[in-house]
Design a protein around this ligand. Structure first.
Ligand SMILES: *[C@@H]1O[C@H](CO)[C@@H](O)[C@H](O)[C@H]1NC(C)=O
Ligand SMILES: *[C@@H]1O[C@H](CO)[C@@H](O)[C@H](O)[C@H]1NC(C)=O
Ligand SMILES: *[C@@H]1O[C@H](CO)[C@@H](O)[C@H](O)[C@H]1NC(C)=O
Ligand SMILES: *[C@@H]1O[C@H](CO)[C@@H](O)[C@H](O)[C@H]1NC(C)=O
Ligand SMILES: *[C@@H]1O[C@H](CO)[C@@H](O)[C@H](O)[C@H]1NC(C)=O
Length: 337
């Protein structure tokens, strides 16, 4: 029905409104960006292979850094300084996950990801970290496979996590055999990256197709992790993952500054059971609005899973009412900010 589409449209509207307001290129890079490895030779070598530990934040981030560096020349035609490289969305979002504590062990049975002593550790039990694995390992290895990275396909391997090793892949051939569809889409994206005739919009389309394909398998493989979180955080994770599906068709441009501005509207910490959007006091009006709208979007999209409510006027009525509240909120927050 028409309403399902209007809601993400409105959220995207919010985001673009916020994008129009600000942009300051300083502080746009993910945390520890400058300190992280930036070339293959910064990693360990064993038996002629570079060994990357994706369960350490600087190593995962460094891998993105190499990816951004090696793809820069293909995006130079769109802007100086690599700003319009649409692969920025990946490390910037990962930086947000790190900064907000989302890469830490949610079961708290280990100190992985805990500040201050073990904050660089990425936990295999983190739902966010596992989804991101599919959005780091696959784009990276497909780039290696496409010849963009300047090393041969057999020359890089990732270290396995302490458990659930079967859920992940560690090298080019392993990822192709475990996740053929997603790897094919990433390869397709890089073929277009390499082609001189690809427009910015073409590239965005192939990027999002690959992104959604990685996320699809990831969501299926890791939904059991959500039980480790507060209800609010798990709901947010679910609605976020769903929202990304909606971001894809309008082709949100995941360039450096845009992704960064968008990120500022996301929760600055993990959600707790007491948190009730849009009334979370330590979040901005915009952050509250986005959270509330995401939840609304999720509930509306999944309502087919629930039995129909006795009040027959419910579907359109309450939804419209919520929608108007949301409209008011958006209006107010825009006046305040
Ligand atoms: C950007 O932020 C930095 C420090 O936060 C400030 O010094 C600079 O003037 C800002 N630039 C613009 C264009 O607002
Ligand atoms: C990469 O692979 C080639 C053979 O394909 C090998 O000669 C080289 O030593 C390997 N290792 C590194 C770190 O380049
Ligand atoms: C890529 O990295 C190399 C080595 O660190 C550096 O010299 C070069 O300027 C970087 N290129 C871009 C476009 O960032
Ligand atoms: C790639 O990883 C798989 C396990 O995921 C392993 O069986 C295979 O030998 C590895 N291939 C290479 C070339 O290292
Ligand atoms: C969405 O549904 C959940 C669970 O039923 C509920 O807690 C939440 O308040 C709903 N969100 C909105 C915006 O109606």
């Amino acid at each position: 029905m028409a309403f399902d589409l209007s809601c993400p449209g409105l959220i995207i509207g919010c985001i673009f409104a916020s994008l129009a307001r600000a942009s300051n290129v300083s502080d746009v890079y993910p945390p520890l960006w400058k300190e992280s490895p930036g070339q293959f030779s910064d990693y360990k070598i064993e038996n002629g292979k570079y060994i990357i530990n994706l369960w350490l934040y600087p190593e995962r981030l460094g891998m993105y850094k190499i990816l951004l560096n090696k793809t820069a020349k293909y995006f130079a035609k769109f802007s100086p300084e690599n700003e319009q490289n649409i692969l920025w969305g990946l490390p910037v979002h990962h930086g947000w996950q790190y900064q907000t504590g989302r890469l830490a062990d949610p079961t708290q049975s280990t100190d992985c990801g805990q500040k201050p002593e073990n904050h660089l550790c990425i936990s295999v039990d983190s739902w966010w970290a596992d989804l991101n694995y599919y959005l780091s390992a696959m784009p990276f290895l497909a780039a290696v496979d496409s010849g963009i990275m300047g090393i041969s396909s057999d020359n890089v391997t990732f270290l396995p996590p302490p458990k659930d090793q079967m859920n992940f892949c560690y090298n080019v051939s392993g990822c192709h055999s475990s996740f053929p569809e997603a790897m094919r889409k990433w390869n397709e994206f890089y073929q277009h990256v390499k082609s001189h005739s690809s427009s910015f919009d073409d590239l965005l389309e192939y990027l999002w197709a690959a992104h959604v394909s990685s996320l699809k398998v990831a969501r299926k493989n890791f939904h059991n992790r959500l039980k480790y979180y507060s209800k609010q955080e798990a709901d947010f994770g679910r609605s976020w993952a769903l929202f990304v599906d909606y971001l894809a068709p309008p082709l949100f441009p995941t360039t450096l500054i845009r992704t960064c501005e968008f990120q500022k509207e996301l929760p600055t910490r993990m959600l707790m059971n007491e948190d009730r959007a849009p009334f979370i006091s330590d979040f901005s009006g915009f952050q509250n609005t986005i959270l509330f709208a995401l939840s609304l979007l999720h509930n509306t999209s999944s309502k087919k899973l629930y039995p129909p409510l006795p009040n027959s006027g419910f579907e359109g009525g309450l939804f419209l009412q919520n929608f108007q509240i949301l409209g008011l909120l958006v209006k107010n927050t825009e006046e305040i900010t």
